[in-house]
Design a protein around this ligand. Structure first.
Ligand SMILES: NC(=O)c1ccc[n+]([C@@H]2O[C@H](COP(=O)([O-])OP(=O)(O)OC[C@H]3O[C@@H](n4cnc5c(N)ncnc54)[C@H](O)[C@@H]3O)[C@@H](O)[C@H]2O)c1
Length: 326
C-alpha cells in the first residue's frame, strides 16, 4: 500500500512527502515539474514526471504501487496569474483535476486529501473564518479549488470517494532540508527574505488603505511542517472510516504585511526596503482562520505557531540556499 502525492516536488508537497516517510508511509510522487524541483524529492522516493491529467499514467501508478490514498497538491496557485490567465487555471487545476479523480475512482482509490485554500471564501464576512463561512471566491484560482471541492462532494455521494479538503491559509517556514522556492516568487515571507539578502532591492506592499490596523492586508501564517502533520492526521481520519469533511488550517492569528516585514527585520538583523503600491485585484483585506475544527476533528495542534520562529526557519533555509533548489 502506498500514498500517491501529486505535486510532491513543490513546496508543501515535498515537506509532506518527507513527513509521511518519517512516519513509515510508502509514498509515490507524481509531478510535471512545471513549478516544482526534482531536488526537493529524495532520490529513494518513486518519482513520476508527468501530468495529473494523464489518466493512463495515474492508472498504471495506482496499479503498480497499490495506491490506497492520494494527497492532491498539484495545482497552479498564483492569484494574480489566475486573474490574467483564467484558462490556464481552469485547465490545470480543474480539467486535469477531474481527470485525476476519475482515474483514482476507476482504480479503486477511495481516499483523497485535497489542497484547498482560504481563497475559496473570498472577501470575509466575519473574522476568524470558520468552515461554514460562505464560499464566494474573488479570483479564478479560488474558483478552480472550490469547483474541485464541489466535485469531491458529488463523487463521495455517487462513488463513495471519501475526502478531506484542507483549506490552508498562508503556508510559510521551512525544514532544514526543504523550503519555499517559487519562480516567480509572489509569497511575502520569501520575498522579504530575498530583500534582506539583497537579491531584490525592495519588497512591494500592495495596498495601504485596507480597513486594517496599519492599512495593509492581514494574513494567517502557518508553518509548513504543521501543515504536513495535518495531512498525516487527515489520512488517519479517512482510514478510520470517517465521513468527508472540509477543515481550515491556520493558526488563528493575523499579521499585517508591515508586521511581517518588521518581524523579518528583527529575525535577520538586516535592512528591508519597502515600496508602497496600489491594491492588487483579488486580494481580500483579512484572511484569518478559525482552526477549532482541525483541533477537534483531527486532533491537530500546531507546534510552531510563533511568527518569528516561522520566519527564522525560512531564514535559515534561504541563508543556506540563496538560490533555492537552483
Ligand atoms: N502555498 C500556500 O500558501 C498555499 C495556500 C493555500 C493552498 N495552497 C495549495 O497547496 C498546493 C501546494 O502549494 P505549493 O505552495 O506547494 O505550490 P508549488 O507550486 O510549490 O507546488 C505545486 C506542485 O504541483 C506541480 N504541478 C502543477 N500542476 C501540475 C500538473 N498538472 N501535473 C503534475 N504536477 C503539477 C508543480 O510542478 C509543483 O511542483 C497547491 O494546490 C496550492 O493551491 C497553497
Amino acid at each position: 500500500m502506498a500514498i500517491l502525492v501529486t505535486g510532491g516536488a513543490g513546496y508543501i508537497g515535498s515537506v509532506t512527502t518527507e513527513f509521511l516517510r518519517s512516519r513509515g508511509e510508502q509514498v509515490v510522487v507524481l509531478d510535471n515539474l512545471s513549478r516544482g524541483h526534482r531536488a526537493a524529492v529524495a532520490p529513494e522516493v518513486p518519482f513520476y514526471e508527468g501530468e495529473i491529467g494523464n489518466t493512463e499514467l495515474v492508472t498504471s501508478i495506482a496499479r503498480e504501487h497499490d495506491i490506497d490514498a492520494c494527497i492532491h497538491f498539484a495545482a497552479f496557485a498564483y492569484v494574480g496569474e489566475s486573474v490574467s490567465q483564467p484558462a490556464l487555471y481552469y485547465e490545470n487545476n480543474l480539467e486535469q483535476g477531474i481527470r485525476l479523480l476519475g482515474a483514482l475512482v476507476a482504480a479503486g482509490v477511495r481516499r483523497v486529501v485535497f489542497s484547498s485554500t482560504c481563497a475559496t471564501y473570498g472577501e470575509p464576512q466575519r473574522i476568524p473564518i470558520d468552515e461554514g463561512h460562505p464560499q464566494l471566491p474573488t479570483n479564478p484560482y479560488g474558483w478552480s479549488k472550490l469547483f474541485v471541492e464541489r466535485i469531491l462532494a458529488d463523487y463521495d455521494r455517487a462513488y463513495d470517494l471519501k475526502f478531506v479538503a484542507l483549506r490552508y491559509f498562508n503556508a510559510s517556514g521551512a525544514t532544514p532540508e526543504r523550503g519555499e522556492h517559487h519562480e516567480p516568487e509572489t509569497h511575502l515571507i520569501p520575498l522579504v527574505l530575498k530583500a534582506a539578502q539583497r537579491e531584490i532591492e525592495r519588497v512591494t506592499v500592495f495596498g495601504s488603505d485596507y480597513a486594517t490596523t496599519d492599512g495593509t492586508c492581514v494574513r494567517d501564517y502557518i508553518h509548513v511542517t504543521d501543515l504536513a502533520a495535518a495531512h498525516a492526521l487527515s489520512l488517519d481520519y479517512l482510514r478510520s472510516g470517517n465521513s468527508s469533511t472540509a477543515i481550515n488550517l491556520g493558526n488563528g492569528q493575523g499579521y499585517s504585511v508591515l508586521e511581517v516585514i518588521d518581524a523579518a527585520r528583527a529575525v535577520t538583523g538586516r535592512e528591508i526596503a519597502t515600496e508602497m503600491q496600489g491594491r492588487r485585484s483579488g486580494d481580500p483585506s483579512h484572511l484569518v482562520a478559525d482552526s477549532a475544527r482541525a483541533r477537534t476533528v483531527l486532533g491537530w495542534q500546531p507546534q510552531q505557531p510563533d511568527l518569528a520562529a516561522i520566519i527564522g526557519s525560512a531564514w535559515e533555509w534561504h541563508s543556506k540556499r540563496p538560490q533555492g533548489y537552483g
